[in-house]
Design a protein around this ligand. Structure first.
Ligand SMILES: Cc1cc2nc3c(=O)[nH]c(=O)nc-3n(C[C@H](O)[C@H](O)[C@H](O)COP(=O)(O)OP(=O)(O)OC[C@H]3O[C@@H](n4cnc5c(N)ncnc54)[C@H](O)[C@@H]3O)c2cc1C
Length: 452
């Protein structure tokens, strides 16, 4: 029987099932204390945006209940994890600290902590919990990271994905309670004004609701055939579950793979993109701030026009397909993937606004915003990413709408004033701005899309 308690440090893995660190802690047999540190200023940490903070609050509340049922207290602390985790070791009398690994720049904190705590005699172990394959497990024949999705996907698809682990049984000897913050005191929820009504109406954060949604989606998998139609509820809507780790990618992978067939295969490939961007971030920590193709540093972005950018943000561009998406985003914290691509393309290509401006807005408004998939997709749309849309692919939002929202159900849902004088005229001429964008991209000398 070990002498000290076990501390499990939760991060983007707010669940009890398929949680390798938690299972290992309970199996150790000592009292277990769970901790979540709201670290907004640590090295490499990107503080969550407004919609994400709303989700985090509710997901932590749900996790606290799940853990309490297992006899495990969840201690909340706010500040630098590099200081608070060693402090928690002292406060809890832990001799072992366990966590699931993360792959963004904040992993530098983990590496430093691991070395420091081990030196002080604490056992520290980390586990894979947030990806289908860890970045160090996948490389090209020459040992380099994959830069292009299709070969990455072929390599990932050809490997076995570890089966998910069960939730642990309740602990035999509960830990002594340790002082922590009250969740409400973190003020993660908007108060004045309370803009979260649409989020509450759309989502129930937490592992139990996530598992329920996974089952429901698996039962309706045939509907994924309509995944490109934003008016239809055809996609899984699992992205915030995966973002916050209420579900692990392995759970989702195995549950959907069990269904078999072309829709399962199409879905698994989408899930592959999530891993792809995590691997990309692992190999280039500056994904959110730096063009992956350095040629793009010379790109002639237009001088930012605040009125134009606001029209885009709040769904008043006069381009219905894009405006509907931006209003859906503002109201619900989510936007259909096809509309995300069109909205991003309008900003970056038709308005020639630097992709980082749009990325920052999505960061603040999406409930699924994460530091790999959000910048990764923005760089994909801009063409500055490694495996990116070619520069001449400029989404035409009118054609997108005609093809994917043929009866206008989606735009009418979000733009009640469409067809009246209250709806604005387009702020940009799509044809002329397309030519301007092509000229801007060509000014990179055709190098914009050459392999880096
Ligand atoms: C500009 C832009 C920004 C985006 N920002 C994010 C983001 O911050 N977080 C995020 O999870 N997704 C992001 N996406 C990808 C995609 O739009 C969402 O994952 C998807 O719309 C979520 O809905 P779903 O769960 O119903 O998708 P489904 O079609 O059911 O897909 C299943 C899962 O696969 C993953 N996935 C699907 N497409 C992608 C993709 N292109 N990139 C990475 N993972 C993917 C997600 O985890 C998703 O939950 C962005 C896309 C664009 C074009």
């Amino acid at each position: 029987m070990p002498s000290g308690a076990t501390l499990v440090w939760f991060r983007d893995d707010l669940r009890v099932a398929d949680h390798p660190a938690l299972l290992a802690a309970v199996e150790r047999g000592a009292p277990v204390v769970a901790a979540y540190v709201l670290d907004e200023h640590g090295d490499g940490v990107r503080a969550p945006g407004g919609a994400a903070r709303w989700w985090l609050h509710h997901s932590l509340a749900a996790l606290g209940d799940e853990l309490a049922a297992l006899g495990i207290p969840l201690v909340l602390r706010r500040g630098l994890a590099a200081e608070l985790i060693p402090q928690l070791v002292v406060d809890t009398g832990a001799d072992t600290v366990l966590w699931n690994r993360r792959y963004g720049p904040a992993r530098a904190i983990d590496a430093e902590l691991k070395a420091r705590m081990r030196e002080a005699g604490t056992e520290v172990r980390s586990f894979p919990g947030d990806v289908l394959a860890e970045p160090q497990e996948l490389a090209t024949a020459s040992g380099a990271p994959y830069r292009v999705f299709t070969p990455f996907w072929n390599a990932l698809r050809g490997r076995p994905v570890a089966p998910p682990l069960p939730a642990p049984d309740a602990v035999d000897s509960p830990a002594e309670p340790v002082a922590g913050d009250a969740l409400d005191d973190w003020e993660l929820l908007p108060r004045r004004p309370d803009w979260a009504g649409g989020l509450r109406a759309t989502w129930t954060p937490g592992e139990a609701a996530g598992l329920e949604r996974l089952e429901e989606f698996a039962d309706e998998l045939d509907g994924y055939a309509d995944r490109d139609l934003p008016a239809v509820d055809a996609t899984s809507r699992l992205s915030p579950r995966l973002r916050w780790g209420e579900l692990s990618p392995r759970q989702v992978w195995h549950r959907i793979r069990r269904e078999g067939g072309p829709h399962a295969e199409a879905f698994l490939r989408e899930l592959g993109w999530r891993d792809f961007f995590r691997h990309t971030l692992f190999h280039d920590a500056r994904l959110a701030t730096r063009n992956l193709r350095p040629q793009f540093d010379a790109f002639p972005w237009a001088d930012p026009d605040p009125a134009e950018i606001d029209a885009w943000r709040y769904g008043r561009t006069g381009i219905p397909f894009v405006d509907a998406g931006m209003r859906e985003l503002w109201a619900t914290g989510a936007m259909h993937n096809r509309v995300r691509m069109s909205a991003a393309s309008l900003l970056v290509k038709n308005l020639l606004v630097d992709w980082r401006v749009g990325e920052a807005w999505f960061w603040d408004t999406l409930v699924d915003a994460d530091d790999a998939s959000n910048p990764g997709n923005w760089q994909w749309v801009a063409g500055s990413g490694q495996d990116a849309a070619p520069y001449f692919r400029i989404f035409n939002p009118e054609r997108q709408a005609a093809r994917f929202d043929p009866d206008g159900a989606y735009v009418r849902r979000w733009l009640p004033e469409l067809g009246t004088d209250a709806y604005p005229a387009p702020i940009v001429d799509l044809a002329a701005s397309r030519e301007r964008a092509l000229a801007a991209y060509e000014s990179l000398g055709g190098r914009g899309t050459a392999p880096p």
